[in-house]
Design a protein around this ligand. Structure first.
Ligand SMILES: Cc1cc2nc3c(=O)[nH]c(=O)nc-3n(C[C@H](O)[C@H](O)[C@H](O)COP(=O)(O)OP(=O)(O)OC[C@H]3O[C@@H](n4cnc5c(N)ncnc54)[C@H](O)[C@@H]3O)c2cc1C
Length: 396
């Protein structure tokens, strides 16, 4: 197949982030241009997007992350308005508005309160509950070792990630974006500008803008342009289990150990990230290992919910966080020297919910040279250069 030879914008990676950028650019009336999205795995079987726990929350510790997710929830709740195509509704994404519950022991109580203050300043509907209130609301929860919990009262929950990806992709295609199945293996640069991408099959696409939406492979793509990007692929498991005595409706719960779990239909899913100082090697391997379920997940679940003594692992999978090692926060927008190279990278465990606001923001940047609706500047590459982290405390 002969490759198209020039695009105004080449997006490397066509999962949720790349498809959101293409959609929001295509929606703009003040911008017209050719958008080509290059995707190495059009099945998306290996993309973080489809391997995600697919949940959205407003309970972050940084102003910008709260506002980013606020637009995510707006889009999810009005999906047809944003992603409907020619009068046809968007695919059903099965949003469950179940809320998040962050639990804290005495050691974590002050952090919970600090985050609560930040969230309330943004009008996030969130309640701080003491152990007695937790027991009253969630009779199946073991609260004796807890000092409190932070419960999202609305605008938080979970959905079908693959359906959201299909919705974005369908919308982007309808708005004229072109998807090319291929792997970007090289980037041509002339001084402070990127000028073209080269593909594994020998194709070449000249471009005015390049958007790096390559997920856990983002640092490889950046290095093709001679750019260093502190984003590493880190393996994360999701464990899918059922319980002999189901506990009924529950929010997505984050245990003080870092383990999370939530309902998934009639069953549940759970996962965790290694703690500070624990091994977390780079890996693009997708093999699932059930050993952590026996060693850590099950005992931790059973400690928090006694009914979870009697659970059964149904199946599980592995996916990759694209971890920004400076501060677990996204890296967005232009490189300070190579101004037509845009980052949409380093989302750790919260990129799915950030895709709508990031796609909208990068489209604004390409069309106007500025962020219009929400200033994504605090998440710019400049903080990498300055070595100034914008640390997100609520990383799951
Ligand atoms: C276990 C797990 C749980 C998660 N839970 C949540 C959650 O609850 N909520 C949330 O918001 N987020 C969650 N995330 C994070 C979220 O899934 C990601 O941040 C998000 O999907 C990132 O989207 P992306 O498009 O940047 O990356 P990806 O989905 O990985 O897409 C990148 C795409 O780029 C393509 N690509 C890479 N290199 C090239 C190349 N050289 N040429 C062409 N194509 C290329 C890849 O094939 C891939 O399709 C979770 C992630 C994991 C792994």
């Amino acid at each position: 197949m002969s490759q198209p030879e020039h695009a105004d914008v080449v997006v490397v990676g066509g999962a949720i982030m790349g498809s959101s950028v293409a959609t929001f650019l295509g929606r703009r009336r003040d911008w017209a241009g050719r958008i080509i999205v290059v995707e190495r795995d059009p099945t998306y079987a290996t993309s973080s997007t489809t391997l995600s726990a697919a949940s959205i929350r407003l309970q972050f510790s940084t102003d910008v992350n709260i506002e980013i997710s606020r637009f995510g929830i707006e889009l999810i709740k009005h999906l047809d308005d944003w992603l409907g195509v020619r009068g046809e509704p968007a695919p059903e994404i099965d949003f469950v508005e179940g809320g998040y519950l962050f639990l804290a022991t005495a050691a974590g109580r002050s952090a919970l309160e600090r985050n609560h203050a930040v969230q309330r300043a943004h009008d996030v509907p969130v309640a701080l509950l003491d152990p007695a209130e937790l027991r009253a609301r969630f009779g199946w929860l073991h609260v004796d070792d807890l000092a409190g919990g932070s419960l999202g009262l609305s605008d938080e929950g979970w959905f079908d990630a693959y359906a959201l990806l299909r919705a974005f992709r369908r919308k982007a295609l309808d708005l004229g974006a072109e998807y090319v199945a291929g792997t970007v293996t090289g980037i041509e640069r002339e001084g402070d500008r990127v000028t073209a991408v080269r593909l594994a099959d020998g194709g070449r696409i000249a471009c005015d803008w390049l958007v790096n939406a390559a997920g856990p492979r983002a640092a490889d793509v950046a290095s093709m342009a001679g750019i260093e990007l502190p984003v590493r692929p880190r393996k994360r498991y999701v464990f899918h289990f059922d319980c002999r005595t189901p506990i009924g409706a529950a929010p997505l719960i984050i245990d003080p150990s870092g383990l999370y779990f939530r309902p998934e239909g009639p069953a549940y899913i759970s996962g965790y990230s290694p703690g500070e100082g624990e091994p977390d090697p780079d890996s693009l391997d997708l093999r699932f290992d059930r050993a952590p379920f026996e060693a850590f997940v099950w005992p931790t679940l059973a400690n928090r919910v006694p009914a979870f003594e009697a659970i059964r692992l149904l199946d599980g999978w592995a996916g990759h966080y694209a971890v920004s090692t400076l501060d677990h926060n996204a890296i967005l927008g232009p490189h300070p020297d190579v101004a037509n190279f845009l980052f949409a990278n380093g989302f750790s465990g919260h990129g799915l919910q950030q895709a709508p606001a990031v796609g909208r923001g990068l489209a604004e940047w390409i069309a106007t040279g500025a962020y219009e609706t929400l200033d994504l500047g605090p998440l710019g590459y400049g903080r990498i250069v300055r070595g100034e982290p914008l640390r997100e405390l609520n990383v799951v």
